[in-house]
Design a protein around this ligand. Structure first.
Ligand SMILES: [Zn+2]
Length: 410
């Protein structure tokens, strides 16, 4: 395959996770016995620009369908994270009623509603109808479209451009990265800022977070490689912050090359993180191969733990029908003969089945009823919140376990 950014031919795979179903494609009861489509999930690293990527196997319009099940507003955590960001960025960029904010992949408007509330004009761009309709009914202006260069030009023609463009956990989902970043430049005002939040590749590799690799995530970014991409579109990253979200994320601030924001910034924060990345070896291709080796060790440990419990006739269930859980379960080959069911609090998901493993998704209350011996937390990035929620299971001495970055019991 060719690198999606610099077009260099990539021959060797970094990590082959096998052929898996789309992580967010939960199965309805009626389709349980139908043939399920799977697609190769193989990670590649470009030896020239070190962009880590998967070959596009599944078209975006098949992933982000009308039935897309992820509603950001259902997560209290993301609501608070968004609210805090909006307050901070409003002060940082001195946004007021004359400002205009665009969010790409604005989901159900969970973030932009904070701007609507304080009278700052905004526009959400969101391809999935189910979430966009919710945003519209809550008074958040939203276009139901994929964001790309064509759309950016159309907006520009209508004199729509932004003081702030927000991209939270969306850049990985964009198949045509050059078209997309070029489009950002078109709708960014002269002194405008683009903020991008994304899981940091360095954390993924250091902490064995291989379960964040799935078909919906085409790219995995280091700051150094993202900087190369932005520079090629004459955009400059002038600030960066480290966040705890998704097991360690970065939030970058970018603007047009050479404007007053760019010139006045010191960029020390950017240089500092790039230096850490280079010290870890992100500029060497063999740095990336540890990912597959570490994931394989983790798989063996996880399987040994679960099989030992099953031999002792212990019942095992899981918490959280999240996408990353599916990568983990399917890479390890864990099915419903090991994990009886997974509980989730999203009404939308209850009664459906996880793709490929076909583990049923049941309501949270089932834990009290069944009193399982072992509970596996799949969304380990929300571990603290979930452990607090599962405190009551200690009344029957349930063992709670997470597998990433390594096996740990609570
Ligand atoms: Zn490349």
């Amino acid at each position: 395959m060719r690198c999606k950014f610099c077009n260099t031919e990539i021959t060797d795979a970094t990590f082959d996770l096998g052929s898996t179903a789309i992580s967010n494609a939960l199965i309805k009861e009626a389709n349980l016995n139908s043939v399920e489509e799977t697609f190769p999930l193989i990670l590649y690293t470009c030896s020239k620009c070190f962009l880590v990527q998967i070959e596009e196997q599944v078209a975006s319009n098949r992933i982000f369908t009308e039935e897309y099940v992820y509603f950001s507003s259902l997560s209290k955590f993301w609501l608070e994270h968004a609210k805090k960001f909006c307050e901070d960025i409003k002060n940082y960029l001195s946004l007021d009623s004359k400002s205009f904010v665009i969010e790409i992949a604005s989901n159900d408007g969970y973030l932009l509603r904070n701007f609507v509330e304080v009278g700052i004009n905004c526009l959400g761009i969101e391809p999935t109808k189910s979430t966009a309709d919710t945003a519209l009914s809550n008074g958040v202006p939203t276009l139901i479209e994929f964001f790309n260069l064509d759309l950016a030009k159309q907006l520009k023609q209508k004199n729509i451009s932004a003081d702030l463009i927000i991209l939270n956990n969306v850049l990985a989902h964009v198949p045509e990265i050059n078209d997309f970043v070029g489009a950002l430049k078109v709708v960014l005002k002269k002194e405008g800022t683009i903020t991008v939040e994304f899981p940091h590749l360095l954390e993924l590799i250091k902490n064995n977070q291989f379960d964040t690799i799935y078909h919906e995530h085409f790219f995995y970014f280091s700051l150094k490689t993202l900087q190369k991409i932005f520079i090629s579109h004459r955009l400059s990253i002038y600030n960066v912050e480290q966040l705890d979200t998704h097991g360690g994320s970065l939030r970058i601030y970018a603007t047009h090359e050479g404007n007053s924001l760019d010139i006045s910034s010191h960029k020390k924060s950017v240089e500092k993180i790039i230096k850490v990345e280079i010290n870890h070896g992100i500029n060497k291709i063999n740095f990336y191969s540890q990912l597959g080796n570490n994931a394989y060790r983790l798989k063996l440990n996880a399987l040994k733990y679960l099989v030992d419990k099953k031999i002792l006739n212990k019942s095992i269930v899981a918490f959280g029908a999240a996408a990353k859980g599916n990568t983990f379960l399917n890479y390890c080959g864990i099915k419903k003969d090991i994990i009886d069911f997974v509980v989730d609090e999203t009404p939308y998901k209850i009664g459906k089945y996880l793709p490929q493993s076909k583990i049923p998704i049941l309501p949270f209350e089932m834990l009290k009823k069944v009193k399982p011996d072992v509970i596996v937390i799949l969304p380990w990035n929300h571990k603290e919140e979930i452990l607090a929620k599962l405190e009551f299971t200690k009344s029957w001495n349930a063992e709670i376990v997470t597998f990433i970055p390594e096996l740990k019991c609570y």
